[in-house]
Design a binder for this molecule. Structure first.
Ligand code: MEV
Length: 428
């Protein structure tokens, strides 16, 4: 049985207490926990090997979202994010879906697309046919480059060739190498393979190979998640459950008809996905590029989630998007905190990570839509802000919540007011 992700009262603990609790629940070692402290993370010497002209190491808050269950397994979710309400929002929405049996998720095989641009081809249609006829030879060549990934069951899977009759640079062919990168995000493996194939592709096509690079529109590597929220869970803010479901469906409908709203809707989804991607050392820019290009694939920018009502009146949500993530390679292993984050998630494969990320994106979207459609987004932000102000005024322990609750109730979230309330409690 997996450890529970239900940790009531977790938010009331201090950061040290929370880390200890996570360590206890997941059986993390004292070294793992030490890695999560500001001094225990990425060291300057390691940072210096990761990028250029390094002068320091940049920190972000690392929070744990609770309550998530994916495919019957409870998951505690590490999130590196500076924005208030993201961690709380995920925990809240995960609890709503938990009441409906949790998230179900499924990810495709980790197949990436490597692109080759072929220019100056005299007869593009004939060149395309020759390239397709040489499929076996091209795949064999690509597979000879990285025996390790082939040994792990990955490697080149197929080629596709499109003729682009007209562009500002004349006609071109675009060759796609489909390449299974196993548990790596795979940029290095794919880029190496397409670069190595270039001379052979030039010989067969009679053209000149221009760019050779992976595509971030990783639409062979989709992940999807879905879940049900029993309507009773949405009887909130004085609404009936039916009305609550209706509010979420209306909020989704707005995104479905309007790209201005869809952009913000999808931004909310990526709030969660990026935070986990950063915590686990994954390339969140690649995920952003994949998500937004996939959202526009129909020719009209659309929301990545859908929200509907089932026959019993419950809310059903689903999401589908490319999720090119890895659990090996790059910063996932080089960054000490990313290693611990992967341990916290308990994932052993890129596909398992993609499934959790899809569920995270869907839950994050639900949290945003619920807040927006019921109370507005500011109230949740205010609660967190009020706790920060209460602490800044000197509140500790239980007083943090008591002072924050008073500040929120009064609608005045100021340091001087927090200090006055503290004085009332005789604790200033
Ligand atoms: C803010 O970071 C994200 C939201 O704007 C998402 C949304 O509007 O759906 C709240």
């Amino acid at each position: 049985m997996s450890p529970t992700s239900r940790l009531p009262g977790f938010y009331k603990l201090t950061p040290d207490e929370r880390a200890a609790r996570i360590g206890e629940v997941l059986g993390l070692s004292p070294e793992d926990l030490a890695t999560l402290t500001p001094d225990g993370g990425l060291q300057i010497a390691q940072a210096d090997t990761m990028t250029e002209n390094v002068i320091g190491v940049y920190g972000l808050p690392l929070g744990i979202a609770t309550n998530l269950t994916v495919n019957g397994r409870d998951v505690l979710v590490p999130m590196a994010v500076e924005e208030p309400s993201v961690v709380a929002g995920l925990s809240y929405a995960a609890r709503l879906v938990r009441a409906g049996g949790g998230f179900h998720a499924q990810a495709d095989a980790p197949v990436m697309i490597g692109q080759m641009q072929i220019l100056e081809v005299s007869d593009p249609a004939a060149a395309r046919t020759r390239l397709l006829a040489a499929r076996a030879e091209l795949l064999a060549r690509a597979n000879a480059i990285d025996p390790v990934i082939v040994g792990l069951g990955g490697g080149a899977r197929d080629i596709e060739v499109r003729v682009i009759p007209q562009s500002s640079a004349g006609p071109m062919l675009v060759l796609h190498l489909l390449y299974d990168t196993r548990d790596a995000m795979g940029a290095n493996a794919v880029n190496t393979a397409v670069e190595a194939l270039a001379p052979e592709v030039e010989r067969i096509s009679g053209g000149r190979v221009g760019l050779r690079i992976l595509s971030n529109l990783a639409d062979r590597r989709l992940a999807r998640a879905w879940g049900v929220v029993p309507k009773e869970e949405l009887a909130l803010e004085g609404l009936t459950g039916d009305e609550g479901v209706q509010r979420i469906i209306e909020a989704y409908a707005f995104a479905a008809v309007d790209p201005y709203r869809a952009a913000t809707h999808n931004k909310g989804i990526m709030n969660g996905i990026d935070a986990v991607a950063i915590a686990t050392g994954n390339d969140w820019r690649a995920l952003e590029a994949g998500a937004h290009s996939y959202a526009a694939q129909s020719g009209r920018y659309a929301p990545l989630t859908t929200w509907e009502r089932d026959a019993a009146g419950n809310l059903i949500g689903s999401i589908e998007l490319p999720l090119a993530v890895g659990t090996v390679g790059g910063a996932t292993k080089a960054h000490p905190q990313a290693r611990v984050a992967l341990r916290i998630l308990g994932v052993g494969s890129a596909r398992a990570l993609a499934e959790i990320l899809a569920a995270v994106g869907l839950a994050q979207n639900l949290a945003a839509l619920r807040a927006l459609a019921m109370e507005g987004i500011q109230r949740g932000h205010m609660a967190l802000h009020a706790r920060q102000v209460a602490m800044a005024a000197g509140a500790t322990g239980d007083l943090v919540e008591r002072v924050a609750a008073r500040l929120v109730a009064e609608g005045v979230i100021r340091l001087d007011r927090a200090a006055a309330i503290l004085a009332e409690y005789g604790a200033s």
